[in-house]
Design a protein around this ligand. Structure first.
Ligand SMILES: [Ca+2]
Ligand SMILES: [Ca+2]
Ligand SMILES: [Ca+2]
Length: 139
């Protein structure tokens, strides 16, 4: 029994110190027609060849509708929205975007995502915008 208890303790330590925190804080924003989707990924395989990544966004374009997809992200009501464009179309690859270059999301921080259909990367008047927010449980 003593051996078993020691094993359980070591497993617990491994889990709590893993880079992939215990609570999955994934969430997504969708355009009103579902053609544009921005998925916040708490932890997982990031950009191809880049290895695992703590906190990033994947921007999907699910419709061959002549529109691209723009995703916007804000942290803790900072007033500053980062943005990233996916102009690859339905046939192209989703865009893997890491706006957290200053550091990863911390426990208790609020992440807001908005996603719109746009006509080119410089289109400031997106349409069918959708919004979602999530407060991270454990970073
Ligand atoms: Ca988490
Ligand atoms: Ca995370
Ligand atoms: Ca499209």
């Amino acid at each position: 029994m003593l051996v078993l208890a020691a094993t359980l303790v070591s497993v617990t330590v491994l889990v709590t110190t893993s880079a992939s925190a215990a609570v999955n804080d994934d969430f997504a924003a969708l355009t009103t027609d579902g053609c544009g989707v921005a998925n916040f990924i708490d932890y997982g395989p990031g950009a191809p060849g880049g290895g695992n990544n703590d906190d990033y966004v994947v921007i999907h374009d699910y419709c061959a509708d002549g529109h691209g997809v723009m995703a916007y992200l804000e942290v803790d009501d900072s007033g500053y929205w980062f943005s990233q464009y996916n102009g690859n179309g339905l046939a192209g690859a989703p865009v893997v975007w890491d706006p957290f270059l200053w550091g990863n999301v911390k426990a208790g921080q609020k992440v807001e995502l908005e996603v719109c259909l746009v006509d080119g990367a410089t289109d400031l008047t997106g349409s069918r915008c959708g919004y979602a927010s999530h407060r991270s449980a454990d970073g």
